[in-house]
Design a protein around this ligand. Structure first.
Ligand SMILES: Cc1cc2nc3c(=O)[nH]c(=O)nc-3n(C[C@H](O)[C@H](O)[C@H](O)COP(=O)(O)OP(=O)(O)OC[C@H]3O[C@@H](n4cnc5c(N)ncnc54)[C@H](O)[C@@H]3O)c2cc1C
Length: 305
């Protein structure tokens, strides 16, 4: 990320909270509209964790997530956007202005674009092992993104209920060796879900997973049914949606905390927009950057009307 220091107190046309593909693309557009834009990002976003994305257009050999984020940031800075590494704690409305408290000072903004994303709920394994397995593509989080890469491989979906069933059946279109397993006990699946999995030829392992380790190019899980080796494991444990700042301002969310927006990415709170994974819908980079273009253009027209 192209980082900079935040001045103690500043006033901008737009504060963008979150510096993933969504927030940085919005900043690029706003800067090119000659508006004063500040991005605040605390780092460790989802895009930055992608070992190599292969479905984002324009990169036939794929691109490392961190490099993609870095490039969009550099492009935004070239046109005058400012980016700082910090965390936005609260945003309050004071008349026409948003007062944004960050870990690095106060910012006043005429408008706010929320691009804070989500955090995947990780399986309870040691952080170091998790990150090594993610980098080695043994743990994966997004079958829409990389299901193609597990074609014909031995794959596990770790989770329960409708989410795990949906994900397992999706992955089944790439490989006939799919197992659903629960990390910490009997898989919670009702009869109809078990029947759907059985019809799709998907194995269900009921029982605790005691430990995990990497061995060569496999992730080995010790379960009540013995040790099982997989080429890829997809946790399907849900996500924490980073929508609290918008909710505190009165924006509406669905049952999982994803924000509702209109066709211009407006949340319903005047001059508060939301883009990317934090918005209900498909969690993909292409959607995030498309929403960023829409939001930035609508905001430009609103501010300069
Ligand atoms: C392992 C993995 C692989 C994936 N592969 C692909 C793929 O191949 N293709 C694809 O299209 N999608 C892929 N995705 C999904 C993709 O990463 C997301 O759709 C995309 O990153 C969404 O962009 P975003 O800007 O909304 O969120 P993010 O990239 O998550 O960025 C959000 C940023 O906001 C910051 N933030 C949050 N709250 C605050 C705050 N209060 N103050 C300051 N900063 C804050 C976060 O720290 C983060 O840096 C993958 C996801 C994962 C986890």
């Amino acid at each position: 990320m192209t980082g900079g220091r935040l001045q103690d107190h500043q006033r901008v046309d737009c504060l963008v909270i979150g510096g993933g593909p969504a927030g940085l693309t919005a900043a690029l557009y706003l800067a090119r509209f000659r508006l004063a834009v500040q991005v605040i990002d605390r780092g460790a976003g989802r895009a930055a964790s992608i070992p190599r994305t292969r479905n984002y257009p324009g990169f036939p050999d794929g691109i490392i997530g961190h490099d993609l984020v870095q490039r969009i940031g550099e492009q935004a800075v070239r046109y005058g956007a400012r980016i700082a590494n910090a965390e936005v704690a609260t945003v309050e409305r004071a008349g026409d202005v948003f007062q944004c408290r960050t870990s690095n000072g106060l910012i006043e903004a005429s408008a706010v674009i929320l691009a804070t994303g989500i955090r995947d709920i990780r399986p309870p394994i040691d952080d170091k092992l998790h990150d090594a397995a993610l980098a080695a593509r043994l743990i994966r989080y997004c079958p829409i993104c990389d299901g193609f890469e597990v074609t014909g491989r031995r794959v596990a979906v770790m989770g329960c209920g409708a989410h795990a069933v949906r994900e397992a059946i999706f992955i089944r279109s790439y490989t006939d060796d799919v197992t659903v397993l629960a990390w910490d006990g009997a898989t919670v699946l009702d009869d109809a879900q078990r029947a759907s999995l059985a019809r799709a030829g998907i194995t269900v392992v009921d029982g605790a997973v005691a430990s995990a380790r990497m061995l060569h190019d496999k992730l080995i899980l010790a379960t009540d049914c013995g040790e099982l080796a997989f080429d890829a494991v997809y946790p399907a444990l849900g996500a924490q949606v980073a929508s609290r700042i918008a909710q505190d301002l009165g924006a509406r969310v669905d049952d999982d905390g994803y924000l509702y927006v209109d066709e211009h990415q407006r949340t319903g709170v005047p001059r508060l927009y939301a883009i990317g994974d934090v918005v209900a819908g498909l969690n993909q980079i292409s959607r995030a950057v498309g929403q960023a273009a829409t939001a930035a253009t609508a905001l430009r027209n609103e501010l300069l009307a």
